[in-house]
Structures are given as structure tokens and as C-alpha cells.
Design a protein around this ligand. Structure first.
Ligand SMILES: Cc1ncc(COP(=O)(O)O)c(C=O)c1O
Length: 425
């Protein structure tokens, strides 16, 4: 029987029982964290060879460059080749940066503000109004970048197959102040879905009022499979080229969750015309990235097969945690009719939808019982979930035992808050 089918008396009885359980958790002094989309220590251990590999590798690149010195502003050719073999993007269209793809995204949009992009009539900062499409639930840091740079954030609903494309097409067709859209196309943060072929094709070919509209294609989880062979994602560059919109795509990824977050290697890719505009600006900004880290990563990961082998090991660490979380949600909440959640094949997150108006209270109650969740609203522009119902669960960082304890508390809290809401209605 679902909670909505219970009588008032039954709900009150349930509230009593759940409150008692909840109070016991509050008194047990837990300190658990489900908020961080970070690898756990056992995952980081998988890359420890990177810490000692420096003394084993020659510091020369394949082309004979001394990687201890300045040079190769856009990355070592072999590192660009490495990312090319992983992404299918020609090496000439790839720029390897520092340790963070997020900072490459920030830089890309900052440059657009200051100088425009390849098809801009003027720098974006000279436009009267700037807007950016933010599919939500989405990644809070994306929204933060565009908010910081002064864009008005426009929420677009996420569906099972990607952003609601009817809405995206409607908005971009008529509003030239909409300069772009954020996309995490594979194992999306946080819903875990992968964009359908149709979504990729529509994004690549849609008519945009802005001549310099850009897709921020953040493929952060491109090799991050957990279950099965992995989701298929259509090549957006191919589709954009076919539609005559090659310049529309800025592509990003990194090895952050392949090796070490914060000490990995990031890349971006773009069309020839985009790179012709961007490269001199990058050359003015830096004399080059950390090539020794690129050499270390090449020596450690070697090639696409090496990455796949590494990601199988990563999945073995992560899978038991996703299994535990998903099985517990299923067992405890499926029949109650008070929550719905994503069941991703990869990535780092499970997106949880509660009854309307419950997310903030669940966050607060969980916090008081010693379980930290990602803030309610964080997955929406300006940190405001209009229905106050979405929470992002990140099961990778705690140990399996801590995760089990945290999920138990969470289940009680969700049930209690839902019962309270139903009684208030
Ligand atoms: C969608 C997405 N993009 C980018 C990042 C950060 O990537 P990087 O470490 O390369 O800056 C994250 C980190 O969680 C993420 O979830």
C-alpha cells in the first residue's frame, strides 16, 4: 500500500514509529557524508603508480621535447593523440590543458565574454542581455560559472533522454541573447542518463537565433561505466558537421575520475575555426601546461585499452556501493510511492525525487542525524528547486559500511518527512 492510500490514523501511527527511529539516530552521534562526488581512497589507490612513475620515465616527449621546460602550449602531441583515441576526435582539434576541465570551461566562457567566439559580432560582455540554458537537475558548478559571469540562467527540464528538446528548440530559435547550453551528455550529473541519438542530433542541428550559440559538451563521465558495456553516445561533432554547425560545440573532459581528481589531465576540443580563434588567446595566457604530468599519465595509462582496464577496476570499487544504494531504495521505498530515483549505468550519482516540498526538510533532518547530503536545490540554477523535491546522492566516497549506515538514516528521514507532508496536506 502506498503512503497516499493510508488513512490519517495510519499515517499518525507511522509518524510515531518513524519519529522514534529518527530520534535514536540523532542520539547515536553519526558523522556520515553522502554529498561528495569524489572517488574513495581505494579508487585513488588504483593510481598510486603515478606517484612513483616520475623517476622511471624519461622526461623527453616522443618528439624529443624536454618536458621539464616550457613549450607545447596546447599539450604534447602524444597526449592529444591519447585523448583522440579515447574520444574519436582528431588530435588536431584537441587542446590539452592543466588539471581541470572545469577551469577550461570557465576560461572558454571568460574568453567569450572578453573577445567573443568565432562567430560573434562582438564580445559577449558587450551584449545587452546574456542568457544560458541550464538543464536541471544538473551540475551546480556549471550553473555557478555562468551565474558568476553574469548570465541569466534559464532552467530547462531534464528528461530520460536529455534536456527537453522541444523546450530547448523553442527557446533558442527566438532569443538571440541565449548564448549556449550546459550538457553532461553521458551519465549526466546527477540524473545518470545518457543523451539519446535524437537529442544529440537535435542539439547539433537546431536553429539558433544567436549566430554564436555554443554547446558546452562536458563529457566528464565518458568512460565511467559501472554496469554492462556502457551507454552509447552519438558523436556530436559528426552530427554538428553534418548540419553545418561545426563551430557550435565546445567539448571537455579530463582524467579526474580516471586517476586523481585535482592532479589529472584535462582537455577541450573544438572545430578548426574555433581553435584558430582560441589558440592565440591561450598562448597569451600561458607558456604551456604541465607536460610532466602528461608524460606520467601516458606512462601509467598508456592507451585507450589501458584506460578501459583502469575503469574496470574503478567500477569494481564503485559497483557494490551503487548496488547497496539502489537495492535499499528499491526494497524500502519502491512500494511507498513517495520517491523515484535514477538507476544509472555509470557515473557518480543517483538523482532522487521526493514528494514536492520534501527535499529541504529531508536535507535538514538528515543533517541533524549526522548525515550530510548535497544541499537541496543544488541541482537547480540559483540553488532553487522550484518543487523542492530533488536530491543528489553520491555513494562513492564513504566506505561501504558508512554508506549502509547513511542510507538507513536517509530512508527513515525520507519516510518521516513524507508522512509529515501528507499529514500537513
Ligand atoms: C559534470 C562534471 N564536470 C566537471 C567536473 C570537474 O572536472 P575537473 O576535475 O576536470 O575540473 C565534475 C566533477 O565532479 C563533474 O561532475
Amino acid at each position: 500500500m502506498t503512503y497516499t492510500e493510508l488513512s490519517r490514523a495510519e499515517l499518525e501511527e507511522l509518524r510515531e514509529k518513524l519519529s522514534k527511529e529518527y530520534r535514536a539516530y540523532c542520539e547515536s552521534g553519526l558523522s556520515l557524508d553522502l554529498s561528495r562526488g569524489k572517488p574513495a581512497a581505494d579508487q585513488l589507490d588504483l593510481s598510486n603508480a603515478l606517484l612513483s612513475i616520475s623517476s622511471e620515465i624519461d622526461y623527453q616527449s616522443r618528439g624529443g621535447m624536454d618536458c621539464r621546460n616550457y613549450g607545447d602550449t596546447y599539450g604534447l602531441p602524444e597526449m592529444r593523440g591519447f585523448f583522440s583515441s579515447l574520444t574519436g576526435i582528431p588530435a588536431e582539434n584537441i587542446i590539452v590543458g592543466g588539471n581541470s576541465s572545469l577551469s577550461m570551461m570557465y576560461d572558454t566562457l571568460s574568453r567569450a565574454m572578453l573577445f567573443g567566439v568565432a562567430d560573434s559580432p562582438r564580445p559577449w560582455c558587450r551584449e545587452e542581455k546574456l542568457r544560458f540554458l541550464c538543464p536541471a537537475p544538473g551540475y551546480d558548478r556549471h550553473f555557478g560559472v555562468t551565474e558568476t559571469l553574469g548570465f541569466e540562467l534559464i532552467t530547462v527540464p531534464m528528461t530520460e533522454s536529455g534536456p527537453d528538446m522541444d523546450e530547448v528548440e523553442r527557446l533558442v530559435a527566438s532569443d538571440a541573447s541565449i548564448k549556449g547550453i550546459w550538457c553532461v551528455p553521458k551519465y549526466s550529473n546527477p540524473t545518470g542518463i545518457t543523451y539519446s541519438d535524437e537529442t544529440v542530433r537535435r542539439l547539433a542541428s537546431m536553429k539558433c537565433a544567436a549566430p554564436d550559440f555554443r554547446i558546452m559538451w562536458d563529457n566528464a563521465y565518458f568512460v565511467h561505466e559501472i554496469y554492462g558495456e556502457g551507454d552509447f553516445l552519438l558523436d556530436i561533432f559528426e552530427e554538428a558537421k553534418r548540419a553545418g554547425n561545426e563551430n557550435r560545440v565546445f567539448y571537455f573532459t579530463s582524467t579526474s575520475k580516471i586517476t586523481f581528481p585535482g592532479a589529472g589531465v584535462a582537455m577541450m576540443a573544438a572545430s578548426d575555426q574555433n581553435l584558430a580563434q582560441i589558440k592565440p588567446l591561450i598562448a597569451a595566457q600561458t607558456i604551456g601546461p604541465d607536460k610532466l604530468n602528461q608524460l606520467r599519465h601516458l606512462a601509467f595509462l598508456r592507451d585507450a585499452d589501458g584506460v578501459r582496464a583502469q575503469m574496470k577496476k574503478q567500477a569494481e570499487c564503485i559497483r557494490p556501493k551503487f548496488d547497496l544504494l539502489l537495492e535499499t531504495l528499491d526494497l524500502e521505498l519502491r512500494s511507498c510511492g513517495i520517491a523515484d530515483w535514477s538507476e544509472p549505468n555509470g557515473g557518480y550519482f543517483v538523482s532522487l525525487d521526493l514528494l514536492d516540498g520534501c527535499a529541504s526538510r529531508v536535507y535538514q533532518y538528515a543533517k541533524a542525524a549526522g548525515v550530510t547530503l548535497t544541499g537541496a536545490g543544488a541541482t537547480f540554477p540559483y540553488g532553487k528547486d522550484p518543487c523542492d523535491k530533488n536530491l543528489r546522492l553520491a555513494p562513492t566516497y564513504p566506505s561501504l559500511a558508512d554508506l549502509a549506515s547513511a542510507v538507513k538514516v536517509l530512508i527513515t528521514v525520507i519516510k518521516l518527512v513524507s508522512v509529515e507532508k501528507l499529514l500537513e496536506a
